[in-house]
Ligand binder design. Structure first.
Ligand code: NAG
Ligand code: NAG
Ligand code: NAG
Ligand code: NAG
Ligand code: NAG
Ligand code: NAG
Ligand code: NAG
Ligand code: CU
Length: 579
């Protein structure tokens, strides 16, 4: 099986199923002028649409490192040149909701993404008996699951991503703002007056800003608090496009449901570059039943905060009055006061518009003390639970901080990862090159071993708040063993767990591929993941906030480097051949 791609023109995914069925997706990629939020600009379309079409396939397809097929040069391939093609080979041994996207030069912020759903095989046990004891309702949930509704949340700027990157670099700014939040590629620019901003901004951010005013777009001011002590060239910032606000009217996404179906299965996918919205459906609690594609013990909540790259699958009971309800994606972070909307409408002759009764405010704060938000530390319990090893074979501590500029970052604490690192000598092909042995940018692991990675986000003069980073690991998932506030002062997780047992969970920790570091407190914060190396190959470990990735917040994992596979010829460094 493979994905054949002529990057700027067409891709074809050939999927040979276990029963030798061949599924083929033909996808073309083009650049067009579109107005997803009512403002026209060039963007990437996938097969003529934005986001790209839902690709659905079955678990068990013979896929290797399926996520690594994302377009990240320098790890396993040379960059694909325009007009050339590349055959991706991969195996769908996991089930669940993913999304395909590019890691090259923030193309994700340019529109190059779409949902990818791998239907669980019949042998995977479903957790729906935790939602209802009625076998009839359980059967309905099994049926509902077969009709996944992808809800892709992204943020949108009025400059293209190459322009955005060059503005950041010329101005030396971390431009942590956007013009709109889109749901399935649709949205609007909404502007608040300064008085409304004051009213809607959630209390913790009001306190942090200490009287500094937001930009008209809701963007936090570009002051030391958010940018560090570097000096900036504000004349390189086109103010109307970056932090100004001009309201637009454009269609928003409408999800139509049938009350008779009793349930709907939504898959929230964050393709956002910077925002971390709290997502909710007015008057509809949701049962979260899978996270980052994998089943969990279902948990009923009113909202979830979704960090960049994360996926949450929920069952929603359609038990309200037929009518139209708002779906909200309200950013909840210091960087920007901004929201996106869609609607959920019951198809019915007795349609009405219920009084809005949101669970969360425009600024993402709960509207009452009854409102529940998914607690990602305690409420993501894998189903079934397969605990990690109690001890690890290796520990790698990564100190996250700015490096020589507001837009530049380090994940390793000693160097920032160049976007084109070793692109002419892909690490998978040259695992003994000097680049592959650079300990500032590359972690080398032994196949079959357990590895701990500690992220320490350092609060310092150049990052006083130390807000969350949406870390993301390619290849297999990892356990989030623990997190804490304050510096990491230990050599191993075992030592840390002895000192702070309440900060760790070795019994049933979340098992996922997205790991947001704890909320910024003005102190260092840390988070530990543990994973087993089972899949030799070269993968990226990075922050999924696009301007942090572009600023170098990444390292390469050379997993099982001593056991690297003999590489099929079509993967070779010269496989990005000219068409
Ligand atoms: C892409 O568009 C082509 C032409 O309209 C169509 O044949 C193909 O099925 C589409 N691919 C997907 C994955 O939807
Ligand atoms: C908040 O602003 C006031 C007035 O500008 C200043 O006196 C105070 O030190 C500031 N507090 C903090 C915590 O920065
Ligand atoms: C600041 O940015 C402007 C616009 O891009 C550019 O013309 C100017 O040279 C820059 N100034 C400095 C000091 O870099
Ligand atoms: C909160 O829950 C209590 C108890 O169920 C209920 O009486 C109250 O009306 C609820 N408040 C809101 C604002 O929903
Ligand atoms: C999650 O639950 C734990 C245990 O009850 C609590 O300590 C923690 O503060 C909660 N986290 C959030 C973000 O509410
Ligand atoms: C590792 O890479 C960084 C960034 O390219 C470079 O500055 C540094 O000198 C390299 N270190 C070694 C030991 O090669
Ligand atoms: C890597 O380790 C896994 C788990 O121990 C094992 O199943 C696999 O065969 C190993 N791969 C290679 C190439 O040795
Ligand atoms: Cu980050």
């Amino acid at each position: 099986m493979g994905l054949r791609c002529v990057l700027i023109t067409t891709c074809a995914v050939n999927i040979a199923h276990a029963l030798a069925r061949l599924v083929q997706f033909e996808i073309s990629i083009s650049q067009e002028v579109r107005s997803p939020d009512g403002y026209a600009r060039p963007q990437i379309l996938v097969n003529g649409t934005f986001p790209g079409p839902l690709l659905a396939l079955d678990q068990g397809d013979d896929v290797e490192r399926w996520h690594a097929r994302a377009l990240m040069p320098g790890l396993s391939q040379r960059p694909i040149l325009p007009g050339s093609s590349f055959v991706y080979r991969w195996t769908a041994n996991e089930y669940g909701m993913y999304f395909y996207h590019s890691h090259l030069k923030s193309q994700i912020s340019h529109g190059l993404f779409g949902p990818l759903y791998i239907r669980p095989s019949s042998t995977v046990v479903k957790p729906f008996d935790r939602i209802t004891t009625s076998s009839q309702e359980q059967a309905q949930l099994v049926k509902t699951e077969k009709t996944p509704i992808a809800v892709t949340i992204s943020d949108w700027t009025h400059v293209t991503s190459p322009e955005f990157t060059s503005i950041e670099q010329e101005a030396d700014l971390d431009v942590y703002c956007s013009q709109s939040i889109l749901i399935n590629g649709k949205g609007r620019v909404t502007c608040l007056s300064p008085q409304q901003q004051e009213q809607e901004l959630a209390d913790p951010f009001k306190a942090a800003l200490n009287g500094s005013k937001l930009h008209p777009s809701g963007c936090a001011p570009f002051i030391t608090l958010g940018q560090g002590t570097y000096s900036h060239n504000f004349s390189a910032v086109p103010a109307d496009l970056i932090d100004g606000c001009e309201e637009t009217q454009a269609p928003i996404e409408q999800f139509l449901v049938q009350k008779n179906d009793r349930w709907a299965s939504f898959h929230f996918i964050s393709a956002a570059s910077v925002q971390a919205p709290i997502t909710s459906i007015d008057q509809h609690p949701m049962w979260v039943y899978a996270v980052d594609g994998r089943y969990i013990e279902p948990v009923r909540v009113d909202g979830l905060q979704i960090y960049n790259g994360e996926r949450y699958s929920v069952m929603v009971k359609l038990d309200q009055q037929p009518g139209t309800y708002r779906i909200r994606a309200a950013n909840y972070a210091l960087n920007q006061l901004i929201i996106g909307f869609a609607t959920l409408t019951y198809a019915s002759r007795f349609w009405h518009r219920p009084d809005p009764a949101p669970y969360f405010t425009y600024g993402g704060a709960p509207t009452s003390t009854n409102v529940t938000l998914l607690n990602t530390t305690t409420q993501i319990v894998p189903f079934p639970n397969v605990p990690p090893a109690r001890t690890a074979d290796a520990t790698h501590v990564l100190r996250v901080k700015r490096f020589g500029g507001s837009w530049k970052w380090m994940l390793s604490g000693t160097a920032s990862y160049p976007v084109d690192y070793s692109s002419q000598h892909p690490l998978l092909w040259y695992p003994n090159s000097p680049a592959a042995r650079n300990q500032s940018l590359v972690i080398r692991t032994v196949n079959g071993t357990w590895v701990d990675i500690v992220f320490v986000v350092e609060a310092d003069v150049n990052d006083p708040v130390a807000p969350p980073h949406a870390m993301h690991k390619h290849s297999n998932k990892a356990y989030i063993l623990g997190a804490g506030v304050g510096d990491w002062t230990w050599d191993t997780v075992a030592e840390a767990a002895q000192a702070q047992p309440a900060s760790f969970n070795f019994v049933n920790p979340p098992y996922r591929d997205g790991f947001a570091t704890p909320t910024g407190t003005g102190q260092h914060v840390w988070l530990v993941i543990r994973y087993k190396v089972v899949n030799p190959g070269a993968f990226l470990l990075h922050c999924h906030i696009q301007d942090h990735l572009a600023g170098g917040m990444a390292v390469a994992l050379l997993d099982g480097v001593e056991a690297f596979p003999a590489i099929p010829k079509e993967y070779g460094p010269n496989s990005g051949r000219r068409a």
